[in-house]
Ligand binder design. Structure first.
Ligand code: FEO
Length: 162
């Protein structure tokens, strides 16, 4: 059984992961609206991955004999100035999520909940990857400085993500 504090914190993370999915879906909609369908495809794949993160925690909460309580999901932004602006926001968001995961580890340690601490290790490692993959795109977009040719090339590359 999870402690009340741990259960609440994990439930909050389910909400945060679903918000992440919503945010990336909103970014996908932005990219579709400016006909960058490859960027949009990348964001849709990311949105799906975030639902996967939420469901992993969902399952874990039940595996530990507790229950999931779903709260409302905040409205994400709908407009960005440029592909770089959207990916910079995505990067900032992933840094925030990493901080949330680290806080969950702190709570697990305080509660002497070693099973949850262990469960969270997957997320600690996943966040390293999440930040790196978004930052790589930020750096590429900075490098090409808005060149339309380069953005179209990147669009077709990112569109390959399943
Ligand atoms: Fe589930 Fe992108 O963090």
């Amino acid at each position: 059984m999870l402690s009340e504090k741990m259960k609440d914190a994990l439930n909050k993370q389910v909400n945060a992961e679903l918000y992440s999915s919503y945010l990336y879906l909103s970014m996908a909609a932005y990219f579709d609206s400016i006909n960058l369908n490859g960027f949009a495809q990348w964001m849709k794949a990311q949105a799906k991955e975030e639902v996967g993160h939420a469901m992993k925690i969902y399952k874990y909460i039940y595996d530990r004999g507790s229950s999931v309580v779903l709260e409302s999901i905040d409205k994400p932004p709908v407009e960005w100035n440029s592909p770089l602006n959207a990916f910079e926001d995505a990067y900032k968001h992933e840094q925030k999520v990493s901080e949330m995961i680290n806080n969950l580890v702190v709570i697990a340690r305080e509660e002497k909940d070693y099973a949850t601490e262990n469960f969270l290790q997957w997320f600690v490692e996943e966040q390293v990857e999440e930040e790196a993959s978004v930052d790589e795109i930020v750096q590429k977009l900075k490098y090409v400085e808005g060149s339309k040719n380069a953005i179209f090339m990147l669009d077709s590359k990112l569109g390959q993500r399943q």
